[in-house]
Design a protein around this ligand. Structure first.
Ligand code: ADP
Length: 502
């Protein structure tokens, strides 16, 4: 049983927020309790103590949120000009920037990520997304089309297209980047004029709730953004099958993604899916090996390895293999684990005891299947859900740790001999989210970029993302693209208008 923590020494705004007796749902611009009256605790994974008590939404609350969203679509939101929508999104960016410290601390407390990542990664990226999509409303437009109608030769028609909002968007997001994922959905959805029902992950519901309030303050009308924290099989499934939700954007595991696709068929919702990964990070012997070692390290240990884009399969060209493997193992031993609110901490805990145990089971399976444990391999002592950064060498492609998404700080390192061989092995995964290549040979880099089956290829870098660059996968890593102008496809539908000019 988790105990309630004394409030940590945090930003005064956050202290007030965390001091609330209960964190309510946000429906129709108002704080409301769940219809069932149920609540659940969200924990601080660094201590295992309760961080807050949250109202638990289920199907009845999703119904209320969808009704509010539908009504909001007909209300002041649809009457706001694109320029006014831009103003609201820019105001939201300014408010989030002004409160970045408090939001970063909240992310760290609810998720366990080191404060330096929350401050230098999650927050600037979230603010950047609001600014980037804040610029779009006045630039989303249709086209005129030179049409011909064969059975009326010489007749004149005007044809044009209009990009309209899809309607009510259901957003189901995971716990690894709680605020960033929420903003990544909300910013383009709002830029395109939709209303949203957002379900944050049950492990990390707080920042989405606080963001919902911030958006109201920025001028988003009541009902346009509804936040309904709750569990997947209840609140999440209610969104996936809801007859009055027009589109679902889902980020999470491939297994749950499959369920969401099936449930969405009832009313033919549009869907975009960002799912799992088992991404290859490939180092040729001619690479800047020091930079590559840093890139591999960041690729797998950023956010405790809880990234769908984690570089969890590392392929090293044989002449560089021994040197790189020992550099990685040595580096892993220097990682500072501890209180994630401490700016010097490199690695925090995993998000939950369940996730820690899942990852430990993978480590055991790696040992059993004969991979060579070079560093880490155990839970760290003390309270909280810490796992040591773990490096396995001599991994074989068929081992479980090389095939399945671990979602933790565990890397599988393997040697390779030729470019054709490594391309085939890299592509042999069911997933295809990202891939990276390290080499000084431009030709080789582009040959690899062309061959790799992935939504993103990084050359001599890793984990670079930007609001303007499209993001999404191929194969079982999902479909649709978030971020960039490509996200506008997700959140608009194209209307075709014909005018007879004869
Ligand atoms: P993870 O393994 O990263 O926790 P999940 O796919 O389990 O990823 O969860 C991602 C999101 O999907 C969370 O918000 C979770 O509550 C939600 N979810 C889980 N099960 C379902 C379901 N059956 N239908 C809809 N959403 C679900």
């Amino acid at each position: 049983m988790a105990t309630t923590a004394a409030l940590p020494d945090v930003h005064p705004l956050l202290k007030d927020f965390l001091g609330r007796r209960v964190h309510t749902l946000l429906i129709d611009g108002r704080p409301v309790e769940a219809a069932s009256g149920k609540t659940f605790a969200t924990l601080n994974p660094a201590t295992g103590e309760t961080l807050g008590v949250v109202c638990e939404a289920d199907g009845a609350d999703v119904d209320r949120a969808v009704a509010a969203a539908r009504a909001a679509l007909e209300g002041p939101w649809s009457k706001m000009s694109p320029a006014e929508r831009e103003k609201v999104l820019h105001k939201a960016a300014d408010l989030l920037e002004a409160r970045a410290e408090a939001f970063a601390q909240l992310e760290t407390l609810d998720n366990g990520k080191p404060i330096r990542e929350a401050k230098n990664g999650d927050l600037p990226l979230a603010i950047g997304l609001l600014r980037y999509f804040g610029g779009w409303p006045t630039k989303i437009h249709g086209e005129t089309t030179p049409v011909s109608v064969p059975y009326f030769p010489g007749a004149k028609f005007l044809h044009y297209t209009v990009r309209e909002p899809v309607g009510v968007v259901g957003a189901i997001i995971p716990w690894n980047f709680p605020l960033l994922m929420a903003v990544e959905r909300l910013a383009p959805a709002l830029a395109c004029g939709n209303a949203v029902v957002l379900k944050p992950a049950e492990q990390t519901p707080l920042s989405a709730l606080w963001l919902g309030e911030l958006l109201l303050e920025a001028g988003v009308p009541a009902g346009v953004v509804n936040v309904v924290p709750g569990y997947g099989p209840t609140a999440g499934a209610a969104i996936a099958r809801h007859g009055q939700i027009d589109k679902v954007t889902f980020t999470g595991s491939t297994e749950v993604g499959r369920e969401v696709v099936k449930a969405s068929a009832g009313n033919m919702k549009r869907i975009s899916m960002e799912l799992g990964g088992k991404s290859p990070n490939i180092v040729f012997a001619d690479a800047d090996l020091e930079a590559a070692a840093k890139g591999i390290f960041m690729g797998i240990f950023y956010n405790q390895g809880q990234c769908c884009s984690a570089g969890s399969r590392v392929f090293i060209e044989r002449p560089a293999y021994d040197k790189m493997v020992s550099a990685l193992a040595e580096r892993a031993k220097t990682v500072k684990q501890g209180n994630p609110l401490d700016p010097k901490t490199h690695m925090g805990p995993l998000v939950s005891a369940e996730q820690r145990d899942r990852v430990l089971a993978y480590i055991e399976s790696g040992k059993k299947e004969g991979a060579q444990l070079l560093s880490g391999g155990a839970a760290a002592a003390g309270p909280g859900y810490f796992i040591q950064p773990t490096v396995f060498g001599g991994v074989k492609d068929e081992m479980k740790i090389s095939r399945e998404e671990i979602f933790g700080p565990v890397v599988a390192v393997m040697p390779f001999d030729t470019i054709d061989e490594v391309m085939a092995r890299a592509n042999s995964s069911d997933y295809g989210l990202v891939a990276a290549v390290w080499t000084k040979d431009v030709k080789k880099a582009h040959q690899a970029a062309a061959k790799l089956k992935a939504g993103t290829v990084w050359i001599n870098c890793y984990h670079f993302v930007d609001a303007a660059a499209p993001w999404g996968g191929v194969k079982q890593s999902g479909y649709g693209r978030e971020k960039g102008q490509y996200a506008l496809e997700n959140y608009t539908s194209l209307k075709s208008v014909w005018v007879d000019l004869n």
